[in-house]
Design a protein around this ligand. Structure first.
Ligand SMILES: *Cc1c(COP(=O)(O)O)cnc(C)c1O
Length: 386
């Protein structure tokens, strides 16, 4: 057993990131400026989107995305129950209603058939989530959206770099929100990006991201800017700092290298767990190339004497960090009480939650770390067969 605790996640920050941050601090320009501009351009190029707006979180990006497509009080927005808090709370910011959708049978991503049955005359938009970095079937989803005249804001917090049918995630939906939170695939500490090919959406999101004041307002303190600005809308304070963008520029550059390491670890996990009847390895869709943000291992509970929580206690005792993605939204007090949900209101999500363990998966893991995780899982399973 490991003598030292293996954290669930550690970011990979190199000298390039550190030096760029130091240079930013010495440059005297700390908040939104030239580095943010460059990060936006390089990110847009990377995913092949026309526009990219850097913000201080994916939550902000989702909020701006819904604002851009015109979500208003009283509207309904379809959201998977199997996701993080941010995906649904942004709907509530507008006084709109998040209408939850279960997972597809046997999967983590949302059920597209159920999605269609939850559409009403008040439905305005859909927020699909790429769980673990794998997109739902976006052709099918966009077709449903087109038929009902709905807008799609993709929660791609897990999906850099990810592809759907050979296309980078970032242009599949009307707008796409990425996260650079500390434990995401690439990080700026806190940060996010909103991408779109629609100029109107991009203009609106950029203006709303900085107090609703006129375009390129950040330049007003530079030699090329103007002191004059106009408030066009009551906006928000969501702009990214150049300190964060300094990190992002280099994280983006090593994105593929980090991804290769993730894929190698996934292969090792799959090879070790595939033959064990007590666990189920993550499924893969034929159309998606996952970013492998998370490794979601499901327990086959009827083959074990212990439940998932006991399993987690034993992992902890073995000095292995872990997480659980996700406690479905409908099982949290706020949603449960407001909408009168029971766990089996969304049975697939509830069952996933009862079975799931998120194993450590990040490029800073050594081969020994990976081996230690595998051995800990194997030992717990062997000692607790039903
Ligand atoms: C992390 C995460 C977010 C929020 O990202 P922030 O950058 O922290 O706002 C939203 N949705 C999902 C699915 C996430 O995992």
């Amino acid at each position: 057993m490991r003598s030292e605790f293996l954290p669930f996640f550690k970011p990979l920050i190199g000298d390039a990131e550190i030096n760029e941050v130091v240079e930013t601090l010495r440059s005297g320009w700390l908040t939104t400026g030239p580095r943010t501009k460059r990060f936006e351009e390089e990110f847009a190029d990377f995913v092949g989107a026309k526009y990219a707006i850097a913000v201080n979180s994916a939550t902000a990006a989702l909020h701006l995305g819904l604002d851009a497509v015109g979500v208003r009080a009283g509207d309904e927005v379809l959201v998977p129950t199997y996701t993080f808090a941010a995906t649904a709370e942004v709907v509530l910011y507008f006084g709109a209603t998040p209408v939850l959708v279960d997972c597809a049978p046997g999967e983590f991503n949302l059920d597209l058939e159920q999605l269609e049955s939850r559409i009403t005359p008040r439905t305005k938009a859909i927020i699909p989530v790429d769980i673990a970095g794998e997109t739902p079937d976006m052709d099918v989803l966009m077709d449903i959206a087109a038929r009902y005249n709905l807008k799609v804001v993709e929660d791609a917090a897990h999906s850099i770099p990810a592809k759907y049918k050979g296309r980078w995630v970032g242009t599949l939906a009307d707008l796409t929100a990425f996260s650079f939170y500390a434990n995401k695939n690439i990080t700026t500490g806190e940060g996010g990006m909103l991408t779109t090919d629609n100029e109107e959406y991009a203009d609106r999101a950029r203006i709303m991201s900085l107090h609703g004041i006129s375009k390129d307002a950040w330049k007003r303190y530079s030699s090329t800017g103007s002191w004059y600005y106009e408030i066009l809308q009551p906006g928000y304070k969501y702009n990214m700092t150049d300190i964060a963008a300094a990190l992002g520029l280099h994280q983006l550059q090593r994105c593929f290298e980090m991804q290769q390491r993730r894929e190698a670890i996934v292969e090792q996990y799959d090879a070790a767990f595939e033959g064990m009847p007590e666990v189920e390895i993550p499924t893969r869709s034929p159309y998606s190339q996952s970013a492998w943000h998370l490794y979601l291992l499901r327990l086959n509970l009827d083959t074990l004497k212990i439940d998932r929580n006991d399993f987690l206690d034993r992992l902890k005792a073995a000095n292995i960090g872990f997480s659980v993605h996700y406690i479905p939204l409908h099982m949290h007090p706020y949603y449960r009480e407001k909408f009168d949900y029971r766990p089996d209101s969304f049975p697939v999500a509830a069952l996933n939650y009862r079975r799931v363990i998120t194993l450590p998966l990040y490029p800073a893991m050594s081969d020994q770390d990976v081996q230690d995780v595998i051995e800990a899982v194997q030992t717990i399973v062997t000692e607790n067969r039903a």
